[in-house]
Design a binder for this molecule. Sequence first.
Ligand code: HEC
Length: 120
Amino acid sequence: MKIIRTLVGACAAAWGTGLVGAWLQATEIELPPDTARFEVADLPGYSAALTHCMTCHSVEYTRSQPPSPRTYWKATVIKMQKTFGAPIPDADVESIVDYLAKTYGTERMKSETSAANQKS
Ligand code: HEC
């Protein structure tokens, strides 16, 4: 009788472990948080930023900046290009600056307001 009880106990333990294992596997699926991506925008600079601004560091560098004017974003993009050697084609600089200023800069509020005005 004692042996049977031990066996039952072992089976229950194994079954329990299996369940815990399955549960762990199910909860291990990790999707990247939205903050790890550039904000989607209908601007040509959006895809250029995806191409050129994620190779060296995360989007957090950009997202964590306080809302700044276009001049700041222009200086930053040029700094990435000239000082840090980012291979950003000159032709893409203006569109990236435009996207950053409107998405993460002081122009964000303005463009949201004008979009709201256009709708009404
Ligand atoms: C060639 C690599 C490289 C690429 C590509 C790159 N960066 Fe950077 N970036 C850096 C380095 C290096 C720093 C400074 C890191 C530090 O100080 O720890 C930096 C810092 C930053 C910062 C923090 C503020 C500052 O001025 O230091 C921002 C914002 C930023 N990058 C935005 C961008 C944007 C926007 C793009 C795309 C146009 C971009 N980066 C592409 C290398 C790069």
